[in-house]
Design a binder for this molecule. Sequence first.
Ligand code: ADP
Ligand code: ASP
Ligand code: MG
Length: 411
Amino acid sequence: MNIVVQKFGGTSVRNLECQRQVMQKVLRPYREGNKVIVVLSAMAGETNRLLGLAKEWSDNPDPAELDSMVSTGEQVSCALFAMLLKQQGVKARSVLGFQAPVETDCAFGKARIVNIDEKKLECLLNEHDVLVVAGFQGCDEQLRITTLGRGGSDTSAVALAAAIKADVCEIYTDVPGVFTTDPNMCSDARKIDRIAYDEMLEMASMGAKVLQIRSVEFAKKYNVTVHVRSTFSDELGTIVTQEDESMESVLVSGIAYDKDQARITLVSVTDTPGVSAQIFSPLADKRILVDMIVQNPSKDGKTDMTFTVPRADVDQTIRTLEELKYEIGFEELNSNLNVSKVSIIGVGMRNHSGVAARAFQSLADENINILMISTSEIKVTCLIDDKYTELAVRTLHNAFHLDGGEPLETL
Ligand code: ADP
Ligand code: ASP
Ligand code: MG
Protein backbone atom coordinates (compact mmCIF):
# COMPACT_ATOMS: atom_id res chain seq x y z
CA MET A 1 0.00 0.00 0.00
CA ASN A 2 1.20 3.50 -0.77
CA ILE A 3 1.13 5.81 2.23
CA VAL A 4 1.28 9.61 2.15
CA VAL A 5 2.27 11.54 5.29
CA GLN A 6 0.99 15.10 5.70
CA LYS A 7 1.34 17.42 8.69
CA PHE A 8 -0.73 20.55 9.31
CA GLY A 9 0.27 23.18 11.88
CA GLY A 10 -1.79 25.20 14.34
CA THR A 11 -2.89 28.02 12.02
CA SER A 12 -3.93 25.45 9.41
CA VAL A 13 -6.40 23.78 11.80
CA ARG A 14 -7.43 26.85 13.81
CA ASN A 15 -11.15 26.74 12.92
CA LEU A 16 -13.78 24.83 10.95
CA GLU A 17 -13.19 26.80 7.76
CA CYS A 18 -9.44 26.08 7.80
CA GLN A 19 -10.02 22.42 8.65
CA ARG A 20 -12.28 22.18 5.59
CA GLN A 21 -9.37 23.47 3.47
CA VAL A 22 -7.07 20.94 5.14
CA MET A 23 -9.60 18.24 4.28
CA GLN A 24 -9.29 19.08 0.58
CA LYS A 25 -5.52 18.55 0.82
CA VAL A 26 -6.06 15.19 2.51
CA LEU A 27 -8.80 14.02 0.15
CA ARG A 28 -6.57 14.46 -2.90
CA PRO A 29 -4.10 11.61 -2.19
CA TYR A 30 -6.92 9.59 -0.62
CA ARG A 31 -8.97 9.81 -3.86
CA GLU A 32 -5.89 8.78 -5.82
CA GLY A 33 -5.98 5.51 -3.88
CA ASN A 34 -3.35 6.22 -1.22
CA LYS A 35 -3.64 5.65 2.48
CA VAL A 36 -2.98 8.89 4.36
CA ILE A 37 -1.40 9.60 7.74
CA VAL A 38 -2.35 13.12 8.75
CA VAL A 39 -0.47 14.61 11.69
CA LEU A 40 -2.11 17.61 13.34
CA SER A 41 -1.05 20.29 15.79
CA ALA A 42 -3.32 21.90 18.33
CA MET A 43 -5.42 24.80 17.07
CA ALA A 44 -3.36 28.03 16.96
CA GLY A 45 -2.95 29.56 20.43
CA GLU A 46 -4.24 26.49 22.27
CA THR A 47 -0.86 25.18 23.50
CA ASN A 48 -0.03 28.65 24.85
CA ARG A 49 -3.43 28.87 26.54
CA LEU A 50 -2.91 25.50 28.23
CA LEU A 51 0.61 26.42 29.37
CA GLY A 52 -0.82 29.67 30.79
CA LEU A 53 -3.42 27.70 32.76
CA ALA A 54 -0.72 25.54 34.32
CA LYS A 55 1.23 28.66 35.35
CA GLU A 56 -1.90 29.97 37.11
CA TRP A 57 -2.17 26.76 39.09
CA SER A 58 1.49 26.35 39.97
CA ASP A 59 4.76 28.31 39.83
CA ASN A 60 6.62 25.15 39.06
CA PRO A 61 4.13 22.69 37.51
CA ASP A 62 4.85 18.98 37.78
CA PRO A 63 6.37 18.13 34.37
CA ALA A 64 4.43 14.88 33.89
CA GLU A 65 1.09 16.52 34.70
CA LEU A 66 2.00 19.46 32.49
CA ASP A 67 2.55 17.12 29.53
CA SER A 68 -0.64 15.26 30.26
CA MET A 69 -2.55 18.54 30.12
CA VAL A 70 -0.78 20.38 27.31
CA SER A 71 -1.09 17.38 24.98
CA THR A 72 -4.88 17.73 25.00
CA GLY A 73 -4.73 20.49 22.38
CA GLU A 74 -3.77 17.94 19.73
CA GLN A 75 -6.39 15.48 20.99
CA VAL A 76 -9.13 18.03 20.30
CA SER A 77 -7.97 19.03 16.80
CA CYS A 78 -7.53 15.38 15.75
CA ALA A 79 -10.93 14.22 17.00
CA LEU A 80 -12.66 17.19 15.33
CA PHE A 81 -10.84 16.58 12.05
CA ALA A 82 -11.68 12.86 12.11
CA MET A 83 -15.34 13.84 12.53
CA LEU A 84 -15.14 15.95 9.36
CA LEU A 85 -13.60 13.10 7.38
CA LYS A 86 -16.13 10.56 8.62
CA GLN A 87 -18.93 12.87 7.61
CA GLN A 88 -17.55 12.59 4.05
CA GLY A 89 -17.72 8.80 4.28
CA VAL A 90 -13.96 8.36 4.70
CA LYS A 91 -12.83 5.44 6.86
CA ALA A 92 -10.82 7.53 9.31
CA ARG A 93 -9.99 7.63 13.02
CA SER A 94 -7.98 9.76 15.39
CA VAL A 95 -4.88 8.18 16.93
CA LEU A 96 -3.22 9.61 20.04
CA GLY A 97 0.48 9.30 20.79
CA PHE A 98 0.02 6.39 23.22
CA GLN A 99 -2.26 4.60 20.76
CA ALA A 100 0.09 4.66 17.75
CA PRO A 101 2.23 4.17 19.92
CA VAL A 102 4.93 6.82 19.65
CA GLU A 103 7.37 5.59 22.30
CA THR A 104 9.60 8.22 23.90
CA ASP A 105 12.00 8.58 26.78
CA CYS A 106 10.66 10.19 29.95
CA ALA A 107 12.11 13.69 29.55
CA PHE A 108 8.77 15.43 29.98
CA GLY A 109 8.42 18.60 27.91
CA LYS A 110 11.34 17.69 25.64
CA ALA A 111 10.97 13.95 25.15
CA ARG A 112 12.77 12.16 22.33
CA ILE A 113 11.10 9.52 20.20
CA VAL A 114 12.79 6.15 20.68
CA ASN A 115 10.52 3.91 18.63
CA ILE A 116 7.42 3.83 16.47
CA ASP A 117 5.92 0.41 15.88
CA GLU A 118 5.34 0.28 12.12
CA LYS A 119 3.52 -3.08 12.42
CA LYS A 120 0.89 -1.51 14.66
CA LEU A 121 0.56 1.38 12.22
CA GLU A 122 0.14 -1.04 9.34
CA CYS A 123 -2.62 -2.84 11.25
CA LEU A 124 -4.40 0.46 11.84
CA LEU A 125 -3.97 1.35 8.17
CA ASN A 126 -5.44 -1.98 7.09
CA GLU A 127 -8.65 -1.04 8.85
CA HIS A 128 -8.70 2.68 8.01
CA ASP A 129 -7.90 4.80 4.98
CA VAL A 130 -6.90 7.92 6.89
CA LEU A 131 -5.25 8.01 10.32
CA VAL A 132 -5.39 11.38 12.06
CA VAL A 133 -2.41 11.23 14.41
CA ALA A 134 -1.88 13.70 17.25
CA GLY A 135 1.44 15.48 16.80
CA PHE A 136 3.71 16.66 19.64
CA GLN A 137 2.91 13.74 21.96
CA GLY A 138 4.07 10.24 22.81
CA CYS A 139 4.30 8.02 25.86
CA ASP A 140 7.14 6.67 27.95
CA GLU A 141 7.76 3.11 29.17
CA GLN A 142 5.38 3.65 32.08
CA LEU A 143 2.67 4.73 29.58
CA ARG A 144 2.85 8.29 30.88
CA ILE A 145 2.08 10.94 28.28
CA THR A 146 5.08 12.96 27.10
CA THR A 147 5.48 15.93 24.75
CA LEU A 148 8.29 16.62 22.30
CA GLY A 149 8.96 20.34 22.84
CA ARG A 150 7.46 23.35 21.07
CA GLY A 151 6.91 22.73 17.37
CA GLY A 152 7.12 18.99 18.06
CA SER A 153 4.40 17.98 15.59
CA ASP A 154 6.94 18.41 12.79
CA THR A 155 9.05 15.75 14.47
CA SER A 156 6.05 13.46 14.96
CA ALA A 157 5.32 13.67 11.23
CA VAL A 158 8.86 13.04 10.02
CA ALA A 159 9.34 10.20 12.52
CA LEU A 160 6.13 8.56 11.30
CA ALA A 161 7.26 9.00 7.69
CA ALA A 162 10.61 7.40 8.58
CA ALA A 163 8.90 4.52 10.42
CA ILE A 164 6.71 3.58 7.47
CA LYS A 165 9.54 4.37 5.01
CA ALA A 166 7.63 7.07 3.13
CA ASP A 167 9.81 8.90 0.61
CA VAL A 168 8.33 12.28 1.33
CA CYS A 169 6.80 14.00 4.34
CA GLU A 170 4.67 17.02 3.49
CA ILE A 171 4.68 19.78 6.12
CA TYR A 172 1.83 22.19 5.46
CA THR A 173 2.04 25.54 7.22
CA ASP A 174 1.01 29.21 7.05
CA VAL A 175 3.86 30.30 4.73
CA PRO A 176 4.65 28.89 1.25
CA GLY A 177 7.95 27.26 2.25
CA VAL A 178 11.31 27.93 3.84
CA PHE A 179 12.43 31.49 3.10
CA THR A 180 15.79 33.26 3.14
CA THR A 181 14.57 34.67 6.45
CA ASP A 182 11.28 34.84 8.34
CA PRO A 183 8.88 36.30 5.73
CA ASN A 184 6.78 37.69 8.57
CA MET A 185 9.74 39.81 9.68
CA CYS A 186 11.29 40.78 6.35
CA SER A 187 9.03 41.35 3.36
CA ASP A 188 12.00 40.97 0.96
CA ALA A 189 12.53 37.34 2.01
CA ARG A 190 12.55 34.87 -0.90
CA LYS A 191 11.33 31.30 -0.98
CA ILE A 192 14.14 28.74 -1.25
CA ASP A 193 13.32 25.91 -3.70
CA ARG A 194 15.76 23.34 -2.29
CA ILE A 195 17.76 23.38 0.91
CA ALA A 196 20.30 20.87 2.27
CA TYR A 197 19.56 19.02 5.53
CA ASP A 198 22.62 20.58 7.19
CA GLU A 199 21.61 24.10 6.27
CA MET A 200 18.06 23.48 7.44
CA LEU A 201 19.45 22.03 10.68
CA GLU A 202 21.40 25.21 11.32
CA MET A 203 18.43 27.40 10.35
CA ALA A 204 16.15 25.47 12.71
CA SER A 205 18.61 25.35 15.58
CA MET A 206 19.27 29.07 15.19
CA GLY A 207 15.58 29.90 15.54
CA ALA A 208 13.77 29.45 12.20
CA LYS A 209 10.76 27.78 13.76
CA VAL A 210 9.27 26.74 10.41
CA LEU A 211 10.63 23.25 11.21
CA GLN A 212 11.51 21.84 14.63
CA ILE A 213 15.19 20.90 14.68
CA ARG A 214 14.55 17.28 15.71
CA SER A 215 12.37 16.80 12.62
CA VAL A 216 15.29 17.75 10.39
CA GLU A 217 17.61 15.42 12.31
CA PHE A 218 15.17 12.56 11.72
CA ALA A 219 14.79 13.48 8.06
CA LYS A 220 18.55 13.50 7.56
CA LYS A 221 19.14 10.28 9.48
CA TYR A 222 16.42 8.30 7.69
CA ASN A 223 16.73 10.12 4.37
CA VAL A 224 13.16 11.38 4.30
CA THR A 225 12.61 14.25 1.87
CA VAL A 226 10.60 17.00 3.55
CA HIS A 227 8.37 19.26 1.47
CA VAL A 228 7.44 22.43 3.37
CA ARG A 229 4.48 24.15 1.69
CA SER A 230 1.37 26.24 2.22
CA THR A 231 -1.97 24.87 3.39
CA PHE A 232 -3.69 27.75 1.66
CA SER A 233 -2.33 27.46 -1.90
CA ASP A 234 -1.25 24.77 -4.35
CA GLU A 235 2.18 26.18 -5.19
CA LEU A 236 5.23 24.01 -4.66
CA GLY A 237 7.15 24.82 -1.52
CA THR A 238 10.69 24.01 -0.35
CA ILE A 239 12.32 20.60 -0.65
CA VAL A 240 14.62 19.77 2.27
CA THR A 241 16.98 17.10 1.01
CA GLN A 242 20.56 15.95 0.57
CA GLU A 243 23.13 18.53 -0.47
CA ASP A 244 23.96 18.83 -4.17
CA GLU A 245 26.50 20.91 -6.09
CA SER A 246 24.13 23.73 -6.97
CA MET A 247 23.56 24.40 -3.27
CA GLU A 248 27.28 24.80 -2.61
CA SER A 249 27.60 27.53 -5.20
CA VAL A 250 25.43 29.89 -3.15
CA LEU A 251 27.46 31.58 -0.42
CA VAL A 252 24.73 32.36 2.10
CA SER A 253 21.28 30.76 2.01
CA GLY A 254 19.51 32.38 4.90
CA ILE A 255 19.39 34.47 8.04
CA ALA A 256 17.81 33.10 11.20
CA TYR A 257 17.05 34.78 14.49
CA ASP A 258 16.13 33.58 17.94
CA LYS A 259 14.61 35.96 20.45
CA ASP A 260 14.04 33.29 23.08
CA GLN A 261 17.58 33.43 24.37
CA ALA A 262 19.26 34.41 27.62
CA ARG A 263 22.86 35.05 28.56
CA ILE A 264 24.28 33.73 31.80
CA THR A 265 27.62 34.78 33.29
CA LEU A 266 29.37 33.02 36.13
CA VAL A 267 31.74 35.57 37.65
CA SER A 268 35.12 34.57 39.08
CA VAL A 269 35.03 30.85 38.49
CA THR A 270 38.05 28.99 39.87
CA ASP A 271 40.02 28.09 36.74
CA THR A 272 40.99 24.46 37.29
CA PRO A 273 40.72 21.37 35.08
CA GLY A 274 37.20 19.95 35.12
CA VAL A 275 35.43 23.20 35.94
CA SER A 276 33.61 23.36 32.59
CA ALA A 277 32.38 19.82 33.06
CA GLN A 278 31.15 20.75 36.54
CA ILE A 279 29.15 23.62 35.07
CA PHE A 280 27.79 22.07 31.90
CA SER A 281 27.25 18.40 32.81
CA PRO A 282 24.41 19.10 35.27
CA LEU A 283 22.78 21.34 32.65
CA ALA A 284 23.11 18.63 29.98
CA ASP A 285 21.54 16.13 32.40
CA LYS A 286 18.51 18.41 32.53
CA ARG A 287 18.46 18.65 28.70
CA ILE A 288 19.22 22.37 28.81
CA LEU A 289 20.64 23.36 25.45
CA VAL A 290 23.69 25.52 26.02
CA ASP A 291 24.77 27.19 22.81
CA MET A 292 27.42 29.94 22.76
CA ILE A 293 30.15 29.57 25.38
CA VAL A 294 32.93 32.08 26.06
CA GLN A 295 35.59 31.68 28.74
CA ASN A 296 37.70 34.74 29.45
CA PRO A 297 41.48 34.42 29.90
CA SER A 298 42.26 33.49 33.47
CA LYS A 299 43.54 36.16 35.94
CA ASP A 300 44.88 35.11 39.33
CA GLY A 301 43.40 31.65 38.81
CA LYS A 302 39.90 33.02 38.24
CA THR A 303 37.88 33.42 35.05
CA ASP A 304 34.40 34.49 33.91
CA MET A 305 32.30 31.97 32.01
CA THR A 306 29.51 33.29 29.77
CA PHE A 307 27.02 31.19 27.82
CA THR A 308 23.52 31.25 26.32
CA VAL A 309 20.50 29.07 27.08
CA PRO A 310 16.89 29.16 25.87
CA ARG A 311 14.96 31.76 27.87
CA ALA A 312 12.46 29.10 28.97
CA ASP A 313 15.28 27.26 30.74
CA VAL A 314 16.76 30.23 32.60
CA ASP A 315 15.06 29.55 35.95
CA GLN A 316 16.12 25.92 35.91
CA THR A 317 19.66 26.89 34.87
CA ILE A 318 19.97 29.38 37.71
CA ARG A 319 18.50 26.94 40.27
CA THR A 320 20.84 24.16 39.13
CA LEU A 321 23.99 26.29 39.21
CA GLU A 322 23.19 28.12 42.46
CA GLU A 323 22.83 24.73 44.16
CA LEU A 324 26.37 23.90 42.99
CA LYS A 325 27.82 27.35 43.74
CA TYR A 326 30.42 26.17 46.27
CA GLU A 327 31.26 22.97 44.44
CA ILE A 328 31.94 24.88 41.21
CA GLY A 329 33.42 27.82 43.02
CA PHE A 330 32.02 30.99 41.44
CA GLU A 331 31.29 34.30 43.12
CA GLU A 332 28.21 35.55 41.34
CA LEU A 333 25.71 34.54 38.65
CA ASN A 334 24.33 37.23 36.33
CA SER A 335 21.62 36.75 33.74
CA ASN A 336 20.44 38.92 30.86
CA LEU A 337 17.11 38.12 29.22
CA ASN A 338 17.19 40.96 26.69
CA VAL A 339 19.38 39.29 24.11
CA SER A 340 18.78 37.58 20.79
CA LYS A 341 20.84 35.60 18.31
CA VAL A 342 21.10 36.38 14.61
CA SER A 343 22.80 33.86 12.34
CA ILE A 344 24.00 33.71 8.76
CA ILE A 345 23.79 30.23 7.28
CA GLY A 346 25.09 28.66 4.07
CA VAL A 347 26.91 25.51 3.00
CA GLY A 348 28.76 27.66 0.43
CA MET A 349 30.55 29.41 3.33
CA ARG A 350 32.75 26.35 3.86
CA ASN A 351 35.10 27.35 1.09
CA HIS A 352 35.00 31.14 1.47
CA SER A 353 36.52 33.55 3.92
CA GLY A 354 35.17 37.01 4.59
CA VAL A 355 31.56 36.15 5.37
CA ALA A 356 31.96 36.89 9.09
CA ALA A 357 33.85 40.12 8.38
CA ARG A 358 31.11 41.35 6.06
CA ALA A 359 28.46 40.50 8.64
CA PHE A 360 30.33 42.34 11.44
CA GLN A 361 30.86 45.40 9.24
CA SER A 362 27.22 45.64 8.21
CA LEU A 363 26.09 45.39 11.86
CA ALA A 364 28.67 48.04 12.81
CA ASP A 365 27.33 50.35 10.08
CA GLU A 366 23.98 50.19 11.85
CA ASN A 367 25.63 50.77 15.23
CA ILE A 368 24.59 47.36 16.52
CA ASN A 369 26.91 46.09 19.22
CA ILE A 370 27.87 42.40 19.13
CA LEU A 371 27.86 40.80 22.59
CA MET A 372 29.10 37.32 21.66
CA ILE A 373 30.11 35.50 18.48
CA SER A 374 30.16 31.83 17.55
CA THR A 375 30.88 30.12 14.26
CA SER A 376 30.65 26.72 12.63
CA GLU A 377 31.67 25.58 9.16
CA ILE A 378 28.40 26.80 7.70
CA LYS A 379 27.21 29.42 10.19
CA VAL A 380 28.14 32.69 11.90
CA THR A 381 26.08 33.71 14.93
CA CYS A 382 26.07 37.03 16.79
CA LEU A 383 24.39 37.69 20.10
CA ILE A 384 22.93 41.20 20.23
CA ASP A 385 20.55 43.32 22.29
CA ASP A 386 17.11 41.97 21.37
CA LYS A 387 15.68 45.38 20.53
CA TYR A 388 17.87 45.38 17.38
CA THR A 389 16.78 41.94 16.13
CA GLU A 390 14.63 43.11 13.25
CA LEU A 391 17.15 45.71 12.09
CA ALA A 392 19.97 43.17 12.26
CA VAL A 393 18.02 40.57 10.26
CA ARG A 394 17.15 43.07 7.51
CA THR A 395 20.68 44.44 7.42
CA LEU A 396 22.28 41.01 7.05
CA HIS A 397 19.64 39.95 4.52
CA ASN A 398 20.60 42.95 2.37
CA ALA A 399 24.33 42.57 2.94
CA PHE A 400 24.27 39.09 1.43
CA HIS A 401 21.89 40.00 -1.44
CA LEU A 402 19.22 37.58 -0.31
CA ASP A 403 16.36 39.80 -1.43
CA GLY A 404 16.46 38.80 -5.10
CA GLY A 405 18.61 39.09 -8.17
CA GLU A 406 21.69 36.94 -8.47
CA PRO A 407 22.55 35.00 -5.32
CA LEU A 408 26.04 35.85 -4.08
CA GLU A 409 28.53 33.17 -5.15
CA THR A 410 31.61 34.96 -3.89
CA LEU A 411 32.48 38.10 -1.97
P1 ADP B 1 2.96 25.72 12.17
O1 ADP B 1 1.94 26.13 13.17
O2 ADP B 1 2.39 25.43 10.83
O3 ADP B 1 3.86 24.61 12.68
P2 ADP B 1 5.02 27.64 12.81
O4 ADP B 1 4.48 28.93 13.36
O5 ADP B 1 5.57 26.67 13.78
O6 ADP B 1 3.87 27.00 11.93
O7 ADP B 1 6.13 27.92 11.69
C1 ADP B 1 5.83 28.75 10.61
C2 ADP B 1 6.37 30.14 10.89
O8 ADP B 1 7.80 30.08 10.91
C3 ADP B 1 6.08 31.17 9.83
O9 ADP B 1 4.82 31.76 10.02
C4 ADP B 1 7.23 32.16 9.96
O10 ADP B 1 6.88 33.31 10.69
C5 ADP B 1 8.27 31.40 10.78
N1 ADP B 1 9.61 31.39 10.15
C6 ADP B 1 10.77 31.73 10.76
N2 ADP B 1 11.79 31.64 9.93
C7 ADP B 1 11.30 31.21 8.74
C8 ADP B 1 11.90 30.93 7.46
N3 ADP B 1 13.21 31.06 7.26
N4 ADP B 1 11.09 30.53 6.46
C9 ADP B 1 9.76 30.40 6.66
N5 ADP B 1 9.13 30.66 7.84
C10 ADP B 1 9.90 31.07 8.87
N1 ASP C 1 1.11 22.44 19.59
C1 ASP C 1 2.52 22.36 19.83
C2 ASP C 1 3.11 23.76 19.90
O1 ASP C 1 2.39 24.74 19.79
C3 ASP C 1 3.24 21.51 18.82
C4 ASP C 1 3.21 22.01 17.40
O2 ASP C 1 2.40 22.86 17.04
O3 ASP C 1 4.01 21.52 16.61
O4 ASP C 1 4.29 23.91 20.10
MG1 MG D 1 5.50 24.61 14.00
